[in-house]
Ligand binder design. Structure first.
Ligand code: ZN
Length: 132
C-alpha cells in the first residue's frame, strides 16, 4: 500500500461531495435502467458524477476542492433544515393551524379547536378572521 500512499501524496482524496456524487451516479443508473432500450445512450450520463468524483479525488488543487465541498455542505445543510421545518409543521398540523397573513405573507401558528377566531399578525398588526 506504500505506492498508493505515495501516489495520493498532495492529492485531495475523498470528501462528502465525492460521496454524494457516487450516490448520485448510483441513483441515475437505477433510473436509466428503467428507461426503454431506445434511450440506452442516456446511461452514460449516469457515469458523469463518478468521473467528476474520481477527478476530485486525484486533484492537486486542494483549496478549490475544499471550497466546492464547503459549498456543497452549505446547500445540504440548508436543505436538511428546510426539510426538518416541513416535517415539524406536518407533525404540528394535528394541534395547530397555520395561517398566512394576507397583508405581509407572514406565517402564523394558531392552536386548533377554538372555532372562529380573529388573528392579529404580530409583524404588521393586520387583523383577519379565520377558523381554527
Ligand atoms: Zn402581517
Amino acid at each position: 500500500m506504500e505506492w498508493l500512499r505515495r501516489f495520493m501524496y498532495g492529492r485531495y482524496g475523498g470528501d462528502n461531495l465525492s460521496k454524494a456524487l457516487l450516490v448520485l451516479s448510483f441513483i441515475l443508473l437505477m433510473i436509466t435502467n428503467l428507461l426503454p432500450r431506445a434511450l440506452i445512450g442516456l446511461e452514460l450520463i449516469a457515469y458523469i458524477p463518478t468521473l467528476v468524483c474520481v477527478y476530485r479525488i486525484f486533484s492537486r488543487n486542494i483549496y478549490k476542492r475544499q471550497q466546492e465541498n464547503y459549498k456543497y455542505l452549505r446547500i445540504r445543510n440548508s436543505a436538511i433544515v428546510w426539510f426538518r421545518r416541513k416535517m415539524n409543521i406536518t407533525k404540528d398540523l394535528k394541534t395547530h393551524k397555520y395561517f398566512t397573513c394576507p397583508n405581509c405573507r407572514q406565517k402564523l401558528r394558531v392552536p386548533r379547536k377554538q372555532g372562529k377566531i380573529s388573528v392579529t399578525c404580530p409583524k404588521c398588526k393586520n387583523s383577519f378572521k379565520g377558523k381554527s
